[in-house]
Design a protein around this ligand. Sequence first.
Ligand code: EPZ
Length: 424
Amino acid sequence: MALQKIVIRGGRPLSGRIPIEGAKNAALPLLAAALLTDQTLVLTGLPRLADIASMTALLEQHGVQVAQNGDGGKTLHLSTPEIASTTAPYDLVRKMRASVLVLGPLVARCGTARVSMPGGCAIGTRPIDLHLKGLEAMGAEIHLEDGYVVASAPKGLKGGLVRFPFVSVGATENILMAACLARGETILENAAREPEITDLAHCLIAMGAEIEGVGTERLVVRGRTLLHGATHKVVADRIEAGTYAMAVAATGGRVELVGAKTDLLGVVIDTLARAGVEIEPTAEGMMVTRGPQRLTGVDVMTQPFPGFPTDMQAQMMVLMATAEGAAMITETIFENRFMHVPELARMGADITVHGASALVRGVKRLSGAPVMATDLRASVSLVLAGLAAEGETTVNRVYHLDRGYERLEEKLAACGARIERVSG
Ligand code: EPZ
């Protein structure tokens, strides 16, 4: 594929409507849940993204039959009468960390699984020790072999107490899925409460799972021998919605985010309100308005849900880069998620990083520049910076954006942004 970049001529307010897709981070575990039944799981409202295609390819390799509905992949029918392979190979796992979500379902259904170790990635080392300890607490034996994690429970997993020492979204999802097919009762303590986990739990319940405490940090699961088929609609993407809300906050203007849910964005909406952005629920989603006044600097610390999401930290930093006064942005989830800082500095931002905190002193204006990013949310933050900046910004490595934002430039251009994708 030819290298592509996004070229933005900044300084235009946004106005119009932007449709919000189903959440990528809900869809990935939901797809893995197809492994828990020999019947058909129908998922609707899927976003059309590179990460979803990667997960589908991994599942096909495990024996999942994937059929489309003629709507370009928004609806998928997933049937797994038999597991063809219990190995998740390096080539597929390497592309996407979330591949590790097949581990729990595969051991639970087949008593064994081999998943390539995901390794490091741009936003930190991101180990999977919590996933493995959770499976051990359910009777699995784990060892490492040629770069693969091998988990085995020949007589099946059994219920147990899994207390997470800190909150992990992926580990909660893996153990929750595995527990659905374990013998007896599994208790997950200090579980993640992200809306994507609640969405997964609702789908599992529709598939016949017995789960109590949905939406809380204590989940109680009574296992079943096999789940059955179901139809489930993927929850709206709160990170996509929050990102576009911040795009409007960056440029000024008024945009309705169709399909967005304000109740999934509590702290983000409060933080934006303090900075001077108005967000109101509408019949179809939410309306975001920012007038011509400058934003005000507000401090932000990322936390597990219901706290401020790490997946919106980079976008928030862009807003603070031109706000009145200073803002302290502290990242507590990942140890290396400030790669956008040097790029923003190239556009004129005044940011000093001390350990896990970035002190952002607002400047009057950013100016366009060629920039490059190393992960999805950092890339989109640079798009936001480009929309707000004077002059032309080129964002390289567009493939990061395609992992998580469906038709990004089309959606922004429809609201008046001067943005296009070019080859070379
Ligand atoms: C999920 O990643 C999301 N990915 C991430 O979204 C998101 O940033 C993250 O949760 C936090 O909200 C998906 O849902 C597919 P974690 P995940 O386990 O599950 C450490 C995006 O841009 N940890 O909650 O991998 C870990 O290193 C992405 O869409 C361990 O130490 O995140 C991190 O510091 C990027 N051991 C912290 O916990 C473990 O076994 C939280 O990670 C697991 C995690």
